[in-house]
Design a protein around this ligand. Structure first.
Ligand SMILES: C[S@@+](CC[C@H](N)C(=O)[O-])C[C@H]1O[C@@H](n2cnc3c(N)ncnc32)[C@H](O)[C@@H]1O
Length: 313
C-alpha cells in the first residue's frame, strides 16, 4: 500500500525493527482521534494486531521478533496502514483482512460487518457447560449431536454459521443474507474451514427465498441499531456496510420480521435465538404477551433472547 503522507518516507527510512514500528504506531494512534471497538480497546493492542497481522506473523511470536528488522516493502506497507487507520478511520480488521471471534479467524473486508456477536459465546461455551438453568443454551439443547438442521439468518461473513457447524456437527446448515457481497465473503470463510459439504450460503431477503424450509435451530444477529445511534456512529462503524447495522427508527424492523416469520421455518420443538443489542425494553413493550427467555452472556442477560416454535405461533 502506498501513502500520500510525505513524512512517511522519513519514517520508512528511520524505523527498522518491529519494536520501532509498534512504538511509532502507538504514538500516532494515541495522538489521533481513532475509535477502538473492533477487537481491541487501546492503542498498544491495536498496534500489535495491525503490525503482526500485516507481516503475517502469529501473535504469540511477538517477543521472538520484536528486534527483527523488516524489509523496505514491509515498512512501506505498515506506514500506509497506520496512515489509513488514522486518516480514514479504516478498522484494522479491514486493513489486514482478518477478524477473530472466540478463537476462530475469519476473512473480512469492507463487504461485511466485522464479527462481534454474543451468540458466538453461546455456541462456543454455553452448549457444553452442562448448566440446566433456562438462561443457558445447554438447558435447551441437551444433545447437540442430535440437531439435524440449523440456519444463520443475516450471516454477514458467515462467522456464526461456521460456529454453528462446529457446535452441531451433524446438522445441515444454511447461512442467509440479502447481500451478495456478504454471501461471497461467507463462501470464502466456508471454504477456508473446509465446510462446503455442511454449509450452504443462500441469498435471501430474510426468509423469502427459503421456500418453506424448516430447521431445528435458527439463530440471527440481525441489524439492530436504532436511528439516533446510526446518526452518531463513530467513523470506524461508518466504514462498515450500513445495511448490516440500521433497522428502522427503533432498531427492531428486522426482529419484527423474524418474530412474524420464524415459526413457519422451525421444526416441532425448534428454537429461535436472536441478538437485539440494547433493545430489550422496547421489544418487551412491543410484545407484552410473549415470555422471552433472555440468555446469559458475558455482558448480562438483555442482549440475546430465545423462543420456542410454540411460543412464536
Ligand atoms: C449485524 S450483521 C451480522 C453479521 C454476522 N451474523 C455477524 O454476527 O457478524 C447483519 C447482516 O444482516 C444482513 N441483512 C440486512 N438486511 C437483511 C435482510 N433483509 N435479509 C437478510 N439479511 C439482511 C446484512 O447484510 C448483514 O450482513
Amino acid at each position: 500500500m502506498t501513502t500520500n503522507n510525505p513524512n512517511n518516507e522519513t519514517v520508512i527510512s528511520e524505523l527498522f525493527t518491529i519494536r520501532d514500528w509498534i512504538r511509532y504506531a502507538v504514538s500516532r494512534f494515541e495522538a489521533s482521534d481513532i475509535f477502538y471497538g473492533h477487537g481491541t480497546d487501546n492503542a498498544y493492542d491495536e498496534a500489535v494486531w495491525l503490525i503482526m497481522s500485516a507481516l503475517h506473523l502469529p501473535m504469540d511470536t511477538l517477543n521472538n521478533f520484536l528486534d527483527a528488522r523488516i524489509t523496505t516493502p514491509e515498512r512501506s506497507k505498515l506506514a500506509g496502514f497506520i496512515e489509513q487507520r488514522i486518516t480514514k478511520h479504516t478498522p484494522t480488521a479491514y486493513l489486514v483482512n482478518e477478524a477473530w471471534l472466540h478463537g476462530l479467524k475469519f476473512y473480512v473486508d469492507e463487504r461485511v460487518l466485522i464479527p462481534r456477536s454474543f451468540i458466538a459465546e453461546l455456541l462456543n461455551n454455553d452448549l457444553s457447560n452442562g448448566d440446566l438453568n433456562t438462561d443457558s443454551l445447554s438447558a435447551w439443547i441437551e444433545f447437540p449431536e442430535m440437531i439435524e438442521s440449523a440456519a444463520d439468518l443475516c450471516t454477514g461473513s458467515g462467522c456464526l454459521g461456521i460456529l454453528l457447524a462446529n457446535a452441531f456437527p451433524n446438522a445441515a446448515i444454511d447461512v442467509i443474507d440479502i447481500s451478495q457481497d456478504a454471501i461471497d465473503v461467507a463462501n470464502i470463510n466456508i471454504a477456508n474451514y473446509g465446510l462446503e459439504e455442511q454449509i450452504t450460503a443462500i441469498k435471501s431477503d430474510m426468509f423469502s427465498a427459503l421456500n418453506g424450509k424448516t430447521y431445528d435451530v435458527i439463530i440471527s444477529n440481525p441489524p439492530y441499531v436504532d436511528a439516533p445511534s446510526m446518526a452518531a456512529l463513530p467513523a470506524e462503524y461508518q466504514n462498515e456496510p450500513q445495511l448490516a447495522l440500521g433497522s428502522g427508527v427503533a432498531g427492531l424492523d428486522h426482529t419484527h420480521t423474524i418474530l412474524r416469520e420464524a415459526a413457519k421455518h422451525l421444526n416441532e420443538d425448534g428454537i429461535l435465538i436472536v441478538e437485539i443489542g440494547h433493545n430489550r425494553e422496547a421489544l418487551e413493550a412491543a410484545y407484552p404477551n410473549i415470555a422471552f427467555t433472555w440468555l446469559e452472556v458475558s455482558s448480562g442477560n438483555e442482549f440475546v433472547f430465545l423462543l420456542t416454535k410454540s411460543q412464536l405461533e
